[in-house]
Design a protein around this ligand. Structure first.
Ligand SMILES: Nc1ncnc2c1ncn2[C@@H]1O[C@H](COP(=O)(O)OP(=O)(O)OP(=O)(O)O)[C@@H](O)[C@H]1O
Length: 336
């Protein structure tokens, strides 16, 4: 039941929304689409769902063609579940009837609807109508409705966008478990790097309509192929520099590299940065804040317009001085 999107390109007038984007998702696999606003995430999902006509490329599920230009299976005939931000619930039906709607002809639809509502923590809302729910509750009903149909593939566009952080963390763990049990191929759009890392088996990094890298979180960490992929981890900072004669040189020091000559960026991860207070340090300590269990300080380098946020074990004095060391073996570098 592999879900395959091949060479999908799309234009909205003069705007190129997608440029030959390809993605293959295995049964039981959850792939997150991640990238900046406007890079084409929602458009790719809508084309996969059949909500946007396909202009170029193809969509297949389990070896069957769902779409190619001029030949499309309508969205309601695809064995694909959808949770889109603007994919509204039926306003005249109660929550439980909304969820049971897709289960007609199957045994005990109301019981199954109740089970899914309960598993998403909204069992008590079964008799309410959509207009009596908050945005986050409506999102969970839409998720329950999609899950209850046990689709072969599921497309989710920021399904937790209106849900508070604590509940969102719990729901995404529950969702991941449920989807694994159902063995569905899942594509989920998210803006949130923490969410992509927490829920995605692989993360598809998008830039200007292209999928520039698809990799598991551990491969993005240990062997990133793009600046964006390396930078998805919390606390990552870019250090500009220049490569000449096999050496990357920056305001924070230098290291050998096999990359070609020219401007480059190193991606500094928190674990690769060591800072300590020192009267003779090159950095001035600026704003300091507690980030449990560490202290985070913003450092400014004398003589260079350069800032770094670095963690300290104890609260460093604002206005004092610090020195910083980089573990270059944990610091990926990319030519620009
Ligand atoms: N219906 C439309 N008509 C014209 N342009 C559109 C339409 N839908 C999207 N676009 C444009 O296509 C590009 C991709 O949009 P898309 O919504 O896919 O991006 P996104 O990555 O999902 O963004 P966001 O994270 O902000 O939701 C953007 O430049 C957007 O302005």
């Amino acid at each position: 039941m592999t879900f395959v999107l091949t060479n999908i390109s799309h234009q909205f007038g003069q705007t190129r929304a997608l440029a030959s984007a390809s993605l293959s998702v295995e049964p039981g696999e959850l792939v997150c689409l991640f990238g900046p606003s406007g890079c084409g995430k929602t458009t790719l999902l809508k084309i996969a769902a059949g909500l946007e006509p396909l202009q170029q490329g193809s969509v297949e599920l389990d070896g069957s063609l769902l779409a190619r230009p001029g030949q499309e299976t309508p969205p309601e005939k695809r064995p694909v579940g959808l949770v889109f931000q603007d994919y509204v619930l039926f306003p005249h039906m109660t929550v439980e009837k909304n969820v049971a709607f897709g289960l007609k002809g199957q045994p005990k639809p109301m019981q199954r609807a109740a089970d899914y509502l309960k598993s998403l923590g909204i069992g008590g809302l079964a008799r309410r109508y959509p207009h009596e729910l908050s945005g986050g509750q409506q999102q969970r009903v839409a998720l329950a409705r999609a899950l209850a149909r046990q689709p072969m593939a599921l497309l989710l566009d920021e399904p937790f966008a209106s849900i508070d952080v604590t509940l969102r963390r719990r729901l995404r763990e529950d969702l991941r478990r449920t989807l694994k049990e159902q063995n569905a191929a899942v594509v989920m759009v998210t803006h949130d790097p923490e969410e992509a890392l927490a829920i995605g088996d692989r993360i598809a990094m998008m830039r200007k309509g292209e999928i520039i890298e698809i990799a598991s979180p551990e491969n993005l960490f240990f062997n990133p192929q793009t600046l964006e992929g390396a930078s998805i981890f919390p606390g990552s900072q870019h250090l500009p520099g220049v490569i000449a004669n096999g050496v990357f040189r920056s305001a924070l020091g230098e290291t050998e590299t096999a990359l070609g000559e020219g401007p480059a960026h190193a991606v500094l991860r928190p674990d690769a940065l060591r800072a300590r207070q020192s009267e003779t340090g090159l950095f001035e300590i600026g704003d300091v804040r507690f980030a449990g269990p560490h202290w985070l300080a913003r450092l400014k380098k004398d003589g260079a317009d350069m800032f770094l946020t670095v963690s300290f074990d104890a609260c460093p004095p604002s206005g004092g001085r610090a020195e910083v060391q980089i573990d270059w073996s944990q610091t990926p570098i990319f030519s620009m």
